[in-house]
Structures are given as C-alpha cells and as structure tokens.
Design a protein around this ligand. Structure first.
Ligand SMILES: C[S@@+](CC[C@H](N)C(=O)[O-])C[C@H]1O[C@@H](n2cnc3c(N)ncnc32)[C@H](O)[C@@H]1O
Length: 376
C-alpha cells in the first residue's frame, strides 16, 4: 500500500465528534466526520495504529473498491475485478455483509451471495480451492455498502468488534460497551489526576476504560486478534513494533483515588475480576454501596462518571425515578464543585433535576440515550 487508502472507522451514532478528535490526535490524513463514523486516509501502519489506539471506534473498515452497479451482473462483475488474492489466503474463510439503500438491488442476502460468488469465482480461476463461507469468525470479512447503486467494498480490518478489548472476564448484567465507556471518559474532561467515582459501577467498565486512558494504555494492546492479522499481506513485524512501542510507554496511574460502588455484591465480585485482568486490581477501590449515600469527600475536585440503571423493559424507567432523585439529592449535598458525566435514557433526565447539564443524544446499542455533562 504505497498510496493512501481510505478507511472508515465506525462508531455509535452521537459519538462521531469524539471519534473525530481521536483520529485527528493520531494524525491521520483527510479526517472527515460522517454519520455513524469517521473517514480518514492512511497506509497499512495507520490501519494498524487505528485498531490499536482508537477507544471509541466500533471497527475500522478499509475501502478496496467503488463502482456503479446497476443490476446483479454489474454487482458481480465489479466484485470479480477486485484482486481478492491480495488479502484472502488460500484455505482462508470468508464472510460478506451488506447494507443497501436507495438502490435497485435492495435485498441484502442476494447482494452478499453475488459478491461471494464473484470472490469464489475469482480465486478458483486462479486454481485455488473454493474458500469456505462462514459466520462470525471468518478470516476475511467483507462489507458491501450500496447507496444509489454505487457499491463500496471494504474489508473489516478489526475482525471482532473493537469493544472486545480482551480485559473483560466477567459480563455483569448490563455492561456498558467499552467503546461507549471510553467515549464518556474522553467527553468528561477528566484529567486523569483528580478523583474519579462510579457509584453504579456494575462490572467496572467505566473505571477500567478511565484507567486505560489515564495510563495511556492502548485499548488494543490486550490479548486479542484483529481481522488484518489473517490477511495475506499481514506484516507481523510492523504490528509487533507498534505493540511493543505502545506497551513500553504505559504510564503509572496518578495518586488520586478511583472508586467504584455498586449495591450488588455479585457485580462488585465481577468488577474485581475484570480489574484484576486489566491490571488495576490494586489501584482501583471497589466497595458494596448505595449510590444515594456513597462516601464522598466534600471539597474534592472529583469526577462522577456513571451509567445508572434505567430499567430493562420499556416502561420500567419510571420505577427508577426515586433512585435518580435520591442520587441527585446526595450529589447536591456532598458534591459541590464535582463534575458529572452520566449516561441514561431521555425520559429519566428530568428526575435528576439538574438543568445545568449539557445533553447530547447517543445511541447505546439498541437504546436511544442521553449523555449528560456538567458541574454540580
Ligand atoms: C446499567 S448498570 C451499570 C453497568 C456498568 N456501567 C457496567 O459497565 O457494567 C447499573 C448498575 O447499578 C447498580 N445499582 C442499582 N441500584 C443501585 C443503587 N441504589 N446503588 C448503587 N448501585 C445500584 C446495579 O447493580 C447495576 O450494576
């Protein structure tokens, strides 16, 4: 890849500005915010750096072809022209996903099948045996995007979603995605040196992502593999160099406390297992406690970073109102001067009674949420 390639880092809707800043900070070229992600340009090393360092991206897609396709044969012909052998290894497995909008071809399954046919025909023409088409764990994951009959083919350089960092051993009950937790840390403005508290810590996601950021630990530097490692052009030496550099520059955590509370002992046990695996067991303090009266020191310049429960089923939210009111009351009593960053459902925002907080809408998995931030 001597010329620059176009990449698209995906993210949860609402997080685009945060991801945009992350990619700019990595000094990528031609960084452009889009809906649902950020486009940038770079070389192989940049694709590897993006997978290693981006905290809020879902996946990093590498664009390999763009063409007009009117009809099924046009789709097939364009896909067959792509030099798949540059990335697909003989004997490797394959998976194709697609999205289509405002196009003649409007049936995803059919689009995926035609592209698979083109790839299989291309490599069997080269004398290879047929690649196996599989589900989740394919060696080469292809994304096809059709918009107004224009096809964009990309390879998923991440493989497993980037939120699967490799530190999580315990799920908890409704764990926040690591990427969303990291976005909250970046959005909060926490400096890594003042006290940080998650009074509804669950499995510890926010605490761990905060500590990863504060220690400048690359989120991709745990034990996991990436899609690009199964490609024919994979450069393991380059990846090893990037990983070694990242691991060598990790900083120690500051002296200010990082604390997590949860009313469930089961969650605290799970958070402890995760902290241990992430290497922060002796640095972050966990305790069983109620968010409506957790221990907090007056005059601390603390950041509260949290994701309170919002009820599992639609309609359950209202049962949470007393908890939100109690939590907000406690914060008002002990937390003058504290900073708060909180993720919840829009219907629960009013029960905090904190109109001074700035709100941005974000999509958290399948749920529309509001990310709140401000001073107490
Ligand atoms: C949405 S979950 C938080 C998930 C967490 N961010 C994670 O990544 O695992 C909300 C948590 O609040 C806890 N919780 C519920 N009521 C509480 C209370 N009154 N005080 C403290 N924790 C409470 C639940 O046990 C649950 O773990």
């Amino acid at each position: 890849m001597s010329e620059l390639t176009t990449f698209f880092a995906t993210c949860a809707p609402g997080l685009e500005p945060i991801l945009h800043k992350e990619i700019q900070d990595l000094r990528m070229a031609k960084v452009e915010r889009q809906v649902g992600g950020v486009r940038f340009s770079g070389k192989t090393i940049d694709m590897q750096r993006a997978n290693l360092w981006l905290r809020t991206a879902g996946r990093v897609l590498m664009r390999i072809a763009r063409y007009e396709a009117h009809g099924s044969d046009g789709l097939y012909d364009g896909a067959k022209e792509v030099a798949w052998e540059n990335w697909l290894k003989p004997g490797a497995t394959l998976r194709v996903d697609s999205q289509t909008r405002d196009s003649d071809l409007d049936h995803s399954r059919f689009i995926e099948q035609r592209i698979k046919d083109a790839i299989v025909d291309r490599v069997t023409d080269l004398g290879w045996s047929r690649p196996n088409v599989v589900g989740e764990e394919a060696d080469l994951r292809v994304h096809a995007h059709l918009f107004k009959d224009r096809v964009t083919l990309s390879l998923d350089s991440s493989g497993a979603a980037l939120r699967k960092r490799g530190w999580r051993v315990a799920q908890g009950r409704a764990p926040l995605a690591e990427t969303m937790a990291a976005a909250m840390v970046l959005h909060s403005g926490w400096d890594g040196r003042s006290p940080l508290v998650d009074p509804f810590c669950g499995s510890g996601t926010l605490l761990i992502e905060a500590a990863l950021w504060a220690t400048q630990t690359a989120p991709g530097s745990f034990e996991r593999t990436f899609g690009f490692q199964s490609w024919a052009d994979y450069e393991p030496k380059l990846w090893k160099r990037l990983l070694d550099e990242a691991r060598a520059q990790v900083k120690p955590l500051g002296k200010a406390p990082i604390l997590g509370y949860d009313s469930s002992s089961q969650r605290i046990t799970e958070a402890r297992a995760n902290l241990e695996n992430a290497g922060f067991a002796d640095k972050i303090v966990l305790a069983k406690g109620d968010a409506t009266n957790f221990e907090a020191k007056r005059g601390w310049n603390a950041h509260i970073l949290t994701n309170p429960p919002y009820g599992v089923r639609v309609g359950d939210e209202q049962q949470m109102v007393p908890l939100y009111m109690g939590f907000a009351k406690h914060l008002r009593e002990v937390g003058a001067g504290y900073h708060l960053t909180l993720l919840t459902q829009p219907t629960l925002v009013a029960s905090l009674g904190m109109p001074q907080l700035a709100q941005i809408p974000v999509r958290n998995g399948a749920i529309d949420c509001t990310l709140l931030k401000g001073d107490l």
